[in-house]
Design a protein around this ligand. Structure first.
Ligand SMILES: Nc1nc2c(c(=O)[nH]1)N(C=O)[C@@H](CNc1ccc(C(=O)N[C@@H](CCC(=O)O)C(=O)O)cc1)CN2
Length: 440
């Protein structure tokens, strides 16, 4: 960790009604005393004059002081809640910058200190980052649960089961000859490990839901040139994000807009129409189209005729797609082919609500009360898979002997510990003593 006392503007863009400047570190008291004359009573909002080095008043603000370790970062922390004008904020930041031991914070440094001081684990830190980035209601709910420890509590409870199992095995290995230790503990341990492997599997099944809620459902609009792909993107975005003209091949890059459908994030990508072309830029656009198709959760195959062959536009994409007939205001009279899912016109708006409903069907549902402790990142999923693999290895390697099995359980716990970032210095003996009263 880079040492020093850090400060930063923690509230958003300026100007704003009020701006919050946060300070954290060993010289926090000195800094507050210097700016405010004295350190205000702990954890109480106090109105103070904030002065520069020459004693000139910069602003009047609310000052808060939280002594460590009971603060956000675990260090001495202070907040200066001042008027949010650019010059005011700049003046207070420069007054802080000239105090000995103080320097501007790096990105994420307050949270990094909170993590290093054990105030938050990695999963909570990630949840906090997601909470700040959350743009839809479901992103907020999921991130809020994670930031406040919901997911961590689950992983900790699993780590505890693993520790308990290992402790039992250790006991059996070390004290099997002694009378105080109950006989074979193995049966109950192994049935719990079996159940744990299943719990983890059920939980990882939710990873896709977690990732879709967090990252948004990726919907790619594909189809032949001039089918109205950009017009659809614009219509759904209700603002002009894509260049729409009637010259085929206009969209050369992959554009995207983030939509909010019923509280869920949907990332909608417009793509260049796939077609043979000599134009270098357009060819690059087509290459990117193929790349975005690889990431798609759902493809909207848009065409203004019935002859479009899906295979020509889906590349290697093998997931779900909706066939959409565009320009229904012009071609509405023509009977649609049976394969068409939705007919739309971005000119009249006909069919668009129907299309939104069809997209909605591919969204997960997180209802109030539903378990919100879901893995949200590939990192979580990878750790869970490794953890489960070791539990299964422990269960299957009976012939290898208890110590090899115990080693697999240790590796399983380590995989979980990597997810939460808790370097779990497990004290097996503590568990053994508390459960078996060996000293008695
Ligand atoms: N003004 C302000 N609002 C904020 C934050 C902040 O840092 N400052 N937060 C920042 O993310 C969030 C709230 N999260 C926080 C979490 C812990 C502590 C904290 O100081 N905890 C101490 C003392 C608790 C207490 O006074 O009872 C502790 O837990 O020991 C502060 C904010 C959102 N709102």
């Amino acid at each position: 960790m880079r040492a020093g006392t850090i400060f930063a503007l923690s509230s958003g863009g300026l100007p704003s009604g009020v701006a919050v400047i946060r300070i954290s570190g060993p010289d926090c008291r000195t800094a507050v005393a210097q700016l405010c004359g004295a350190v205000p009573p702990e954890r109480r909002a106090s109105l103070r004059s904030i002065r520069d080095r020459n004693g000139d008043v910069i602003d009047q603000g609310i000052v808060l002081f939280f002594p460590g370790p009971n603060s956000f970062s675990g260090e001495d922390c202070a907040e200066l809640q001042i008027h949010g004008g650019r010059a005011t904020v700049a003046a207070v930041l420069s007054a802080l910058g000239v105090i000995d031991g103080l320097r501007p914070a790096e990105a994420g440094e307050f949270s990094r200190r909170a993590f290093l001081n054990g105030r938050m684990d990695l999963v909570e830190v990630e949840g906090l980052a997601d909470l700040i980035a959350a743009e839809t209601e479901m992103q907020r709910r999921l991130a809020g649960e994670q930031a406040s420890g919901g997911l961590s509590r689950l992983y900790d409870s699993w780590a505890k089961r693993l520790t308990h199992a290992r402790a039992m095995i250790e006991a059996e290995l070390d004290f099997a000859d002694e009378d105080d230790v109950p006989g074979s503990v193995a049966a109950s341990i192994w049935s719990d490990m079996h159940a744990l492997a299943q719990d983890i599997l059920n939980h990882t099944d939710g990873a896709r839901v977690g990732e879709i809620v967090r990252d948004g459902l990726k919907v790619v609009i594909a189809g032949p040139p001039n089918a109205g792909k950009s017009s659809l993107l614009n219509y759904l975005a209700q603002r002009d994000v894509a260049i729409v003209t009637d010259v085929p091949g206009t969209t050369r890059d992959v554009l995207h807009v983030d939509l909010d459908i019923g509280g869920y994030a949907v990332r909608l990508y417009d793509t260049a129409g796939l077609r043979e072309t000599d134009d270098v830029v357009e060819r690059e656009g087509i290459r990117r189209t193929r790349l975005s198709l690889q990431q798609a959760d759902l493809v909207l195959l848009l065409s203004d005729d019935d002859v479009t062959d899906a295979a020509d536009f889906l590349g290697n994409f093998s997931g779900p797609f909706l066939r959409i007939r565009s320009k229904s205001d012009i071609f509405g009279e023509t009977l649609p082919d049976r394969a068409i899912d939705v007919m739309i016109s971005t000119k009249s708006g006909d069919g668009v609500d129907d299309l939104i409903e069809r997209i909605r069907a591919y969204l997960p549902t997180l209802e109030v009360g539903n378990a919100l402790a879901l893995p949200t990142r590939a990192r979580h999923r990878d750790g869970l898979v490794t953890c489960r693999e070791h539990i299964l290895a422990a269960l299957q390697n009976v012939s290898a002997g208890l110590d090899i099995q115990a080693e697999h359980l240790r590796l399983a716990a380590q995989a979980l510990g990597r997810i939460t970032g808790r370097v779990d210095v497990e004290n097996l003996l503590d568990v053994i003593f508390s459960e078996f009263c060996i000293g008695k």
